[in-house]
Design a protein around this ligand. Structure first.
Ligand SMILES: C[S@@+](CC[C@H](N)C(=O)[O-])C[C@H]1O[C@@H](n2cnc3c(N)ncnc32)[C@H](O)[C@@H]1O
Length: 230
C-alpha cells in the first residue's frame, strides 16, 4: 500500500464528524481569506473531501477541486453537484486546464505525501497553469525534525478547544493500530526546510514568504505564500 491507496480508502484520520467538520471549516475559511478578488479562479490541489468548500466558492468566480483519490473525487462530485462555482476535476480535466488561467493554487497538507521529484514536477505544473502574477500557497508543510509526538500534541490541543478531546484520545489509539502508522514508519513523510522550499520556488520564478500562521491547526507546520514575478 502507498499513500495514494491509503487516502482512497476509509481511514481513521478524522476521529469523528466534529473533528472532520472543524478541520475542513478552518481550512476553507483560511483559503477564502487568501482570495484577493471575487473574479479569481482557484485550484485546491489535493483537496480531500473539502466539505466546507462552499465558503471558498462564495469568495471567487471558479473553484476547482482536485484530489488524486477516485473515491474522494466521487464524494466531492456528490456534495457539490448543485454548486455552480465548484468544478470537481479528474486527472485529465486537471491537465486540460488552460495554461496561465489560474489566479491561485492551494495545496494544503499534500507535499508530505509526495516524493521530492513528484513535488518538483507539481511545482512546474502549477507554474504553467498560473497567471503571470499568480499565487501559490503551500501549507501544512512539515519542516525537518517533525515527529508524530508533535502531531499528537497539536491534535489534542485542537480537540480540547473543539470539544472532541475524548474522541481524539480514542482516535489516536485507533491510528496507532492503523495503516497510517505503518505507512508513516515505512514510507515516512517528506519534509522541507523553509530555505529549501524557497529555493525550489525561486528557481521557478516565484517570490516566496513564510506566512506567520499555518492554515491547519498544527503551528509547527509551515505555510509558504509564493507569487510569480512575471
Ligand atoms: C492529508 S489529505 C489533505 C486534504 C485537504 N487538503 C486538507 O487539508 O484537509 C491529503 C490529500 O492529498 C491527496 N493526494 C495525495 N497525493 C496526491 C496527488 N499526487 N495529487 C493530488 N492529490 C493527492 C490524497 O488523496 C488526500 O486526499
Amino acid at each position: 500500500m502507498n499513500w495514494r491507496d491509503f487516502w482512497n480508502r476509509e481511514n481513521p484520520i478524522y476521529v469523528n464528524g466534529r473533528h472532520r467538520a472543524l478541520h475542513y471549516d478552518r481550512i476553507a475559511r483560511g483559503i477564502a481569506d487568501l482570495v484577493e478578488a471575487p473574479g479569481w479562479s482557484v485550484l485546491d490541489h489535493g483537496a480531500g473531501e473539502a466539505i466546507s468548500s462552499d465558503l471558498v466558492a462564495r469568495r471567487c468566480a471558479r473553484l476547482y477541486l482536485f484530489d488524486a483519490a477516485p473515491n474522494i473525487q466521487d464524494r466531492q462530485r456528490l456534495r457539490f453537484a448543485a454548486n455552480q462555482t465548484i468544478v470537481v476535476l479528474t486527472s485529465e480535466a486537471l491537465d486540460a486546464l488552460p495554461d496561465g488561467s489560474l489566479d491561485m493554487v492551494v495545496a494544503n497538507s499534500l507535499l508530505q505525501y509526495l516524493s521530492r521529484a513528484e513535488c518538483e514536477a507539481l511545482l512546474d505544473f502549477w507554474r504553467g497553469k498560473l497567471k503571470p502574477d499568480g499565487k501559490l500557497v503551500l501549507a501544512d508543510v512539515l519542516p525537518p525534525g517533525t515527529n508524530a509526538l508533535n502531531d499528537v500534541r497539536a491534535l489534542l490541543r485542537f480537540a480540547w478547544r473543539g470539544g472532541f478531546f475524548f474522541a481524539a484520545c480514542a482516535g489516536l489509539v485507533a491510528t496507532w493500530f492503523s495503516d497510517y502508522r505503518k505507512l508513516r514508519c515505512n514510507l515516512g513523510l517528506t519534509s522541507y526546510a523553509e530555505s529549501d522550499l524557497r529555493a525550489l520556488l525561486c528557481d521557478r520564478g516565484f517570490e516566496a514568504t513564510r506566512a506567520p500562521q499555518n492554515l491547519g491547526h498544527n503551528q509547527r507546520r509551515m505555510m509558504i505564500v509564493a507569487r510569480l514575478t512575471g
